[in-house]
Design a protein around this ligand. Structure first.
Ligand code: CIZ
Ligand code: SF4
Length: 301
């Protein structure tokens, strides 16, 4: 019997890569799909932490990342030894980690969250009288502290793509528009940008906001997230003027260099069985990393 190969592509990959995939989604949707799909091989056109999450949730499958360089600044800015020491310095806190983290990082966490469920999970922990430390995304943590009045100690890594969105550049872009204008933003963006946003949420949340937006004449919608998802937004709402938020005056050009390593050739090679196999995680590491992910999935049911 031939081996069943399933290709997954993140919204931040280029449109022609998304067209090669069996399923397109955000990191949580793709991980859940990876868990349920009956694939022998999963080609994950995304970044390494996503492929690792897929492997942890579906250890039977062979998982292949097309390009070795597809990392994430939230992972490379986090030294796991230092993270362990930070956690040990807060023995009475629950460690909540964003899903954009390595398998080793997840294994040092009590809960994993995504940008879709982070608000509810942290609210639940506070309602339960718990104290929380949050890693690795400093911007997301600062937003939660600001929005809900928490005092969570934060790890200090950022997404190098979202961290570049800039409030002054946005003010300038807004000032030049006399018709209706909106900003929707991913919580990996800096706090001053998030404070200005009409909606803050996950990639899927922003896509849903766009889909359900009731048109006003000549409205412009700025989106503070990676360039790739604008393709999906424009497909969903060709009637709207959708722009990426500027990172400096006049420049709407922010792209994730790691996602863009998923070229046609790299994905085709991975589909043929070449690429980076996620086969280096021990059973013990995977078990430890799976527990906080399963806790999140159980909570979000
Ligand atoms: O990598 C990212 O920045 C995001 C937002 C991933 C995801 O799908 O949530
Ligand atoms: Fe990491 Fe940012 Fe790229 Fe997402 S967009 S993979 S958080 S560097």
């Amino acid at each position: 019997m031939s081996r069943r190969v399933v290709t997954l592509a993140h919204y931040y990959t280029e449109p022609h890569i998304q067209q090669m995939a069996d399923k397109v989604g955000d990191s949580l949707e793709l991980s859940l799909y990876a868990k349920e799909c009956q694939a022998d091989t999963i080609v994950f056109a995304g970044v390494r932490f996503m492929a690792e999450t897929a492997k942890i949730l579906n250890p039977q499958a062979e998982v292949i990342l097309p390009d070795r360089g597809s990392t994430c600044s939230l992972v490379t800015q986090t030294d796991v030894t230092a993270l362990k020491a930070w956690r040990e310095a807060h023995p009475d806190h629950v460690h909540v980690s964003y899903i954009n983290s390595s398998a080793e990082h997840k294994a040092l966490s009590d809960w994993i969250v995504t940008s879709r469920n982070v608000d509810d999970i942290i609210a639940h922990l506070y309602a339960d009288g718990k104290k929380v430390i949050f890693s690795p995304d400093r911007n997301m943590g600062a937003y939660l502290n600001f929005q809900y009045g928490y005092d969570m100690p934060l790890w200090s890594a950022v997404c190098e793509v979202h961290d570049k969105f800039n409030q002054a550049a946005l003010d300038e872009a807004f000032a030049g528009i006399s018709t209706a204008k909106y900003l929707i933003a991913h919580p990996e963006s800096p706090l001053p940008v998030l404070q200005q946003a009409d909606y803050v949420g996950s990639t899927s949340g922003m896509l849903n906001w766009i889909k359900s937006y009731a048109s006003e004449p000549d409205a412009t919608i700025f989106v503070a997230t990676e360039d790739g998802i604008l393709y999906n937004m424009r497909l969903a709402r060709p009637d709207l003027k959708i722009e990426q938020a500027p990172i400096y005056a006049g420049c709407q050009c922010n792209q994730c260099p790691y996602m863009k390593l998923n070229t046609t050739q790299a994905v085709q090679r991975a589909q043929a069985g070449e690429g980076i196999r996620i086969d280096y995680l021990s059973e013990e590491q995977m078990d430890l990393a799976r527990q906080p992910i399963e806790r999140m999935l159980e909570f979000s049911k």
